[in-house]
Design a protein around this ligand. Structure first.
Ligand SMILES: [Ca+2]
Ligand SMILES: [Ca+2]
Length: 168
């Protein structure tokens, strides 16, 4: 039996080191046609999501009402029944994450008296709830709380090819 030395056998199995060199790495580019949608949550949606009291990941109007009352009470410790714009900014910082996050005090202060009452806050959130509640069932799912944005100069791609991914 002829035994071929292992090193030689390996060399025979690997032809030519002299092939054309691999192309230099290229910076990744955005492939045309790739979906560019970004999924984000508005600050107000983040707050509403945290109002889910029973842990079913769905926020009902009752849960939101209770949540708003709780947050307002913390901003109005002396129970004056209204807070000024500075107090509202502190409320927004705590519950929306930023003093300037929407809704702004100007849109919440319906009667324009420079004070925010709980009723005014509830009224504003009521219309926000209605806007987000796409299927109008009185509950907000996490999907309803998200906003789909197309960015990076890409056009709108409603229902792009993303839905076909992950076939199983
Ligand atoms: Ca007011
Ligand atoms: Ca809904």
């Amino acid at each position: 039996m002829i035994r071929v030395p292992l090193a030689l056998a390996t060399a025979m199995a690997c032809p030519a080191f002299a092939q054309t060199p691999a192309p230099a790495p290229v910076a990744p580019t955005i492939v045309p046609g790739q979906p560019l949608a970004t999924i984000v949550a508005e600050p107000v949606a983040m707050m509403i999501a945290a109002c889910d009291a029973n842990g079913d990941a769905i926020v009902s109007r009752a849960e939101l009402t209770a949540c708003l009352a709780r947050s307002y009470a913390a901003a109005d410790p002396d129970k004056k029944g209204s807070i000024g714009y500075i107090g509202y900014a502190e409320w927004a910082l705590k519950w929306l994450g930023d003093r300037n996050a929407l809704p702004s005090p100007f849109e919440v202060d319906r009667d324009g008296d420079n004070r925010i009452t709980l009723a005014e806050l509830e009224a504003r959130f009521d219309s926000i709830f209605a806007r987000l509640d796409k299927d109008k069932d009185g509950n907000l799912t996490r999907a309803e709380l998200l906003t789909i944005r197309s960015g990076f100069g890409g056009g709108d791609r409603p229902g792009g090819p993303g839905g076909k991914r992950g076939r199983k």
